[in-house]
Design a protein around this ligand. Structure first.
Ligand code: BG6
Length: 491
C-alpha cells in the first residue's frame, strides 16, 4: 500500500543540540526521509544549533554522514540527499550566554512568517534556559512551536517547574512534549484495533479480560548515556512515559474524536485512576533489578557497574510492576508492566489475556483449552497476533490446539516502515497534538511514579542482580506467578 503524503506549509525547524546523538540518529534522517517523499516544501530550512563552532558546510557534511549511517550504505538517494543538505544551516550558539543569539535571530528573520519549530534535542537542564532565551530574544512568533523531549523533570515538583517556565513563554497549544512511542506505527494501530473494530469493544473490560501485560525489553545497555541514566533508572526513563502511555491507550474509554484533547482527556482519566503504589505495598507490587555481566546472542556483555565505571550504584535497569486501574471497566484486572535493559531479546509488546471459557464441553482427551490471547507487537516484526483454539486437523478425534492468527505488517504491507520521528515532526508542523503529551498528563504520570520512587528510597529496596541475557530478576517471575499467571513468552 503506497503511503499518502500530505503537504505541509513552509517551515523552519531549529534543532538545538544539533551535534548530539538524537539529532544525528533520528531527527536528520527523519527529515531526509520526509524530504525524499516530497513532503518538505521548497522553502523549508533546518537550522542546526549547538555550542560547536561549525560552519554551514561542516554541519552539512556531518548531516550527510548521519543520514548515510542511518539509511545504510548504497541505499541513499544522492540527489535527494544533496537537496536536503542544501536546506541545512548552522549557527553556533552558547544557549546560556549571549553568544550566537543575534546571528540566529538574523537567520530566522528571513522566514518570519513561516511555521517555526524549536526542537530541544538537548540535555534536559537546558529546556528552561533555551525557552527563556527564545522568549527574551523575541524569537517566538505567533506560529512558533516548541518541541521537548523527555524527561520533563524527575519528579512531580521538578516537572511542574519545567512546565511553568515553558508555559511562561509558550501557550500550551504550542508545546509538543514528545513520547516517541506514540509515533510508532503499532501504537497507533492499537487505536485502530480498539476504535475501528467492533468485535473487541464489548469484550474490552474486566468481565472478559483477565489481565494485561506490557513488556518493553531491550538488549542494549546504557551505552553512552550512563551519566543521565544513573540519575534516572528504568522507572523514570521508561515507565513514567512510554509504558504508561501504552497502558493508557489499552485502557482509555472511547474518545469523542481523534482530536488531541479528546484523546488526552481520556488518557488523563486513566492516569488519575491508577491505584497508588507507595510504602504500604511497593514491596509486593514492584521489583527492581540491575544487570550483571552475561551474554546476549552468544556475545559476552559487561554488567551495569562496569559500563558505568563505578563500584556502586543503586539505580535499577529493570522494573516490573503490578498496576491496577480503579474504574468500572478495569476493576480487578492487573496490568503487569516490565521493562529492562540487557534482557534476553529485544521486544516490545502488549499481551491481552482473556478469561478462560466458563465450561468445557470437550472431554479430557481434547487436551487443555487455553484462554484466548491478543498480542500487539510494537517491535521488532510489528503486527497483531490473536491466539485461538482450533481442532487439530485430521483423524484422531476431537483434539484441540492453540494457533495464532498472525497479522504481520511486514508481510501485509510493502515498503519501508517510517520511523516514529517522521510522523511526529510532521505532526508538529501540521499543528496536530494528538500524539503529544499535555502538561496535566505528564504531571499525573509523575504523581503516580513519585510514591513508588519514594517507597523504594525509604525502604532501601535494593535492585536485585540479574544476569544480562535473561528476563530479569527471579522476583519478577514470582510477581506474576504468585497470581497464578506467567509472563507471555515472546519469540
Ligand atoms: C528512550 C529511553 O526514551 O527510549 C531509552 O530513554 C530507551 O533508554 C529508548 O533505550 C527505547 O526506544 P526504542 O524506540 O528503541 O524502543
Amino acid at each position: 500500500m503506497a503511503a499518502r503524503v500530505i503537504a505541509v506549509e513552509p517551515f523552519d525547524i531549529v534543532v538545538f543540540g544539533a551535534s548530539g546523538d538524537l539529532a544525528s540518529r533520528k531527527l536528520l534522517p527523519a527529515l531526509y526521509h520526509r524530504d525524499l517523499a516530497g513532503q518538505v516544501p521548497e522553502l523549508a530550512r533546518v537550522i542546526g544549533v549547538s555550542r560547536r563552532p561549525n560552519t554551514h558546510e561542516e554541519f552539512r557534511a556531518a548531516a550527510r554522514e548521519a543520514v548515510q549511517a542511518s539509511v545504510g550504505a548504497g541505499k541513499v538517494d544522492e540527489v535527494a540527499l544533496e537537496r536536503f543538505c542544501n536546506r541545512l544551516f548552522y549557527v553556533p550558539v552558547d544557549v546560556g550566554a549571549d553568544k550566537g543569539w543575534a546571528e540566529l535571530a538574523t537567520l530566522l528573520k528571513d522566514g518570519e512568517d513561516r511555521i517555526r519549530v524549536c526542537y530541544l534535542a538537548t540535555a534536559p537542564e537546558l529546556f528552561t534556559v533555551i525557552a527563556g532565551q527564545l522568549g527574551k530574544r523575541k524569537l517566538v512568533t505567533e506560529r512558533t512551536r516548541l518541541v521537548v523531549e523527555k524527561p520533563i523533570g524527575k519528579s512531580l515538583q521538578s516537572a511542574r517547574e519545567v512546565n511553568d517556565t515553558l508555559g511562561s513563554v509558550f501557550a500550551e497549544r504550542n508545546i509538543y512534549r514528545i513520547d516517541h512511542y506514540l509515533g510508532k506505527e503499532t501504537v497507533q494501530n492499537l487505536m485502530a484495533l480498539r476504535f475501528a473494530y467492533a468485535l473487541f469493544e464489548p469484550l474490552w473490560n474486566s468481565r472478559y479480560i483477565d489481565s494485561v501485560q506490557i513488556t518493553v525489553a531491550e538488549t542494549i545497555g546504557v551505552e553512552g548515556r550512563a551519566a543521565y541514566y544513573d540519575t534516572a533508572g528504568a522507572l523514570r526513563d521508561m515507565v513514567q512515559n512510554h509504558m504508561l502511555q501504552l497502558l493508557c491507550l489499552v485502557a482509555i474509554e472511547t474518545p469523542m474524536s481523534i482530536e488531541a484533547d479528546s484523546v488526552r482527556d481520556e488518557k488523563l482519566k486513566v492516569l488519575r485512576a491508577l491505584k497508588p503504589i507507595n510504602e504500604a505495598n511497593a514491596q509486593t507490587l514492584t521489583v527492581r533489578g540491575q544487570y550483571r555481566a552475561g551474554a546476549i546472542a552468544d556475545g559476552a556483555v559487561p554488567g551495569y557497574l562496569e559500563e558505568l565505571k563505578s563500584k556502586t550504584s543503586h539505580t535499577e535497569t529493570f522494573v516490573a510492576i503490578k498496576a491496577e486501574i480503579g474504574t468500572w471497566r478495569w476493576a480487578g484486572v492487573p496490568f503487569y508492566l516490565r521493562t529492562g535493559k540487557r534482557l534476553a531479546t529485544r521486544v516490545s509488546e502488549i499481551a491481552i489475556e482473556f478469561k478462560p471459557i466458563p465450561h468445557s464441553i470437550f472431554g479430557d482427551s481434547a487436551g487443555p483449552i487455553f484462554a484466548n490471547q491478543l498480542v500487539i507487537r510494537l517491535q521488532p516484526d510489528e503486527g497483531v497476533k490473536q491466539f485461538i483454539m482450533i481442532k487439530d486437523p485430521g483423524p484422531g478425534g476431537m483434539r484441540l490446539r492453540q494457533i495464532p492468527l498472525d497479522m504481520s505488517f511486514a508481510q501485509s504491507f510493502d515498503g519501508r516502515a517510517p520511523d516514529a520521528y517522521e510522523r511526529l515532526i510532521m505532526d508538529v508542523i501540521r499543528g496536530n497534538q494528538t500524539l503529544f503529551m499535555r502538561r496535566d498528563e505528564v504531571e499525573a504520570a509523575w504523581k503516580w511514579i513519585d510514591p513508588i520512587q519514594n517507597a523504594w528510597e525509604s525502604a532501601r529496596q535494593e535492585a536485585q542482580g540479574y544476569t544480562a541475557g535473561t528476563w530479569g530478576p527471579s522476583a519478577s517471575i514470582a510477581l506474576i506467578e504468585r497470581d497464578g499467571r506467567t509472563w507471555h513468552e515472546s519469540n
